[in-house]
Design a binder for this molecule. Structure first.
Ligand code: ZN
Length: 248
């Protein structure tokens, strides 16, 4: 079975459609999304519809929760807060209901899914370093757990055998293919479809092949200028358009 794990779509329809097209070409059977479907980009409704049509398994992100009004936006920067408020105005009651039923954590037979960290998922902490990864891995019961939130792809793996802390293997790469059978537990940050921040502006997504037992991070180009034009046309902050071209 081939799964596509998409992270942080952030209402970027151009990026999402490019990733779906590439995933179909790669023979994806199941679609998964690690939260933050909306926020920042100009197409929240269309992106929700694409994920619904794919039958994607999705968990709740902090921007989704902020749009719902269940998470305070005090610690959001002004641009993110402006996008949250604009997004709330765009969505229908049905679309808000869709976001409202997203769980904080998904326990699938094959994987666990959470936006930030399994350590207090409702606080949306960032897994950006081995220290935070260790806290999350402690609570991970499945071999594979997928997260997003940082918009930077990474793998934190615990190989089989030995003591926990000393044996964590860490990988930060814009693209990779990694066999996971040798890991007791593997925490994969799948990067971001709609607003990558690893200085590579191409949309990121993960392909999991349960036959080969590999996780592979792919990148695909998309129509960045079109996504930027829509952000500006809707009166969203210019910085949200500019950053897409830089991957920051
Ligand atoms: Zn995000």
């Amino acid at each position: 079975m081939r799964l596509a794990i998409l992270g942080d779509v952030h209402a970027n329809l151009e990026a999402l459609e490019a990733v779906v097209q590439e995933g179909r070409r790669l023979g994806v059977d199941r679609w998964v999304q690690t939260g933050d479907v909306v926020g920042y980009g100009a197409d929240p409704s269309a992106c929700i519809r694409v994920l619904q049509d794919l039958g994607a398994v999705v968990c709740l992100g902090n921007h989704d929760a902020a749009v719902l009004g269940t998470l305070a936006t005090d610690y959001f920067n002004p641009y993110a807060r402006a996008a949250v408020e604009w997004t709330r105005e765009q969505l229908t009651a049905e679309e808000l209901d869709y976001l409202g039923q997203l769980p904080l954590v998904v326990e699938d037979p094959v994987f666990t899914l959470v936006h930030g960290s399994l350590h207090e998922p409702e606080r949306f902490g960032y897994v950006a370093s081995p220290v935070e990864a260790a806290e999350s891995l402690e609570r991970q019961t499945k071999q594979l757990c997928f997260v997003g939130h940082t918009h930077v792809p990474a793998v934190f793996g615990l190989p089989r055998g030995g003591e926990e802390e000393d044996r964590m293997e860490v990988l930060f790469e814009p693209e990779f293919t990694l066999p996971y059978s040798g890991y007791e537990r593997c925490l994969v940050n799948v990067g971001s479809v709609g607003q990558p921040r690893d200085e590579d502006p191409r949309a990121a997504f993960l392909i999991v092949d349960t036959g080969d037992q590999t996780v592979a991070l792919h990148r695909t180009t998309y129509e960045v200028e079109r996504a930027q034009r829509k952000i500006l046309a809707n009166g969203l902050p210019k910085v949200l358009a500019d950053r897409l071209a830089l991957g920051v």
